[in-house]
Design a protein around this ligand. Structure first.
Ligand SMILES: C[S@@+](CC[C@H](N)C(=O)[O-])C[C@H]1O[C@@H](n2cnc3c(N)ncnc32)[C@H](O)[C@@H]1O
Length: 261
């Protein structure tokens, strides 16, 4: 094998000091490359980018002394949820609660015709509540601060539940919206609106996923519609891979012009 092994070219790219200036796997390196390798390679690269985001997001939360909870909509394999727990612990955010909102029965029946085949399968991406809790227990960070809210969003994200958070003055520091479908994201945005504060971070995992990247479809569409009715504005913050982005909520001021930031 003369070229770099595709597995060894993780993460993403490594420089070299002559042409083509970056190490590339060649034909011989791909002789043993399997579909399974491709999936593992994609996952490892993607989760690294997400983890980089969580490291920076919690640094932001700590640095601007934002007080609030972590809300995750779409928890599945507890990957991003564990990233949040670890980074909160790193910064001693002992006041923070961690809310896991999921059907724990996978995706609902889709009505928005996503291009991602898996997203057209009701029940895909299922992790049970018990499995979720077991992973959280094994991770062992802030376990007693983790709360699960089980059910499909159009049924469980009720005004009564919003009021419970408001009664406890529990606002959002970071909301991770990772529920794939347009019809899943719509009730999520409605639910979080009263719980936002200046500085709340929104991470939209699927901004360009599942609908061929069209801003007129999917989570991007739900977010555009939400912006039109929210009392908050959203400053573009960090790009996360090719799929997602974070935004910072702020309240517009009459005398300050809005521009593209
Ligand atoms: C891509 S997975 C989330 C991955 C997770 N953040 C991780 O890092 O392991 C999507 C999750 O969203 C949940 N979900 C999608 N639409 C939902 C809805 N309408 N109501 C409740 N849960 C939903 C699914 O059950 C699934 O667990």
């Amino acid at each position: 094998m003369t070229g770099l092994s595709p597995k060894a070219s993780f993460p993403l790219a490594r420089p070299q000091l002559d042409e083509p200036w970056v190490k590339l796997p060649d034909h011989s390196a791909f002789e043993t490359w399997s579909k399974q390798d491709e999936v593992a390679y994609n996952q490892a690269n993607r989760q690294i980018e997400k983890y980089r985001f969580f490291v920076k997001a919690f640094d932001f939360i700590q640095d601007c002394k934002l007080v609030g909870d972590y809300h995750e909509f779409g928890c599945h394999r507890v990957r991003t949820f564990r990233m949040a727990l670890s980074e909160a612990r790193r910064h001693f955010l002992d006041h923070m609660k961690f809310w896991a909102f999921d059907s724990f029965a996978g995706l609902p029946e889709s009505t928005s015709n996503p291009s991602h085949p898996l997203w057209n399968t009701a029940g895909a991406l299922t992790t049970s509540e018990e499995e979720f809790r077991a992973v959280v227990e094994r991770h062992g960070v802030y376990v007693d601060r983790v709360h699960t809210i089980k059910g499909f969003y159009d049924q469980v994200l009720t005004p009564e539940r919003v009021n419970k958070f408001l009664d406890n003055e529990a606002k959002i520091a970071l909301a991770c919206i990772d529920c794939d479908l347009y019809e899943s994201a719509v009730p999520v945005f409605n639910f979080i609106e009263p719980l936002l504060q200046e500085g709340s971070l929104l991470y939209l995992d699927d901004l360009f996923v599942g609908y061929k990247g069209s801003p007129h479809r999917g989570v991007a569409r739900a977010f555009l519609e939400f912006q039109a009715r929210s009392r908050f504005k959203f400053a573009r913050h960090m790009d996360v891979g090719w799929w997602g982005r974070s935004y910072i909520a702020y309240l517009p001021q009459a005398k300050v012009a809005d521009g593209v930031l």
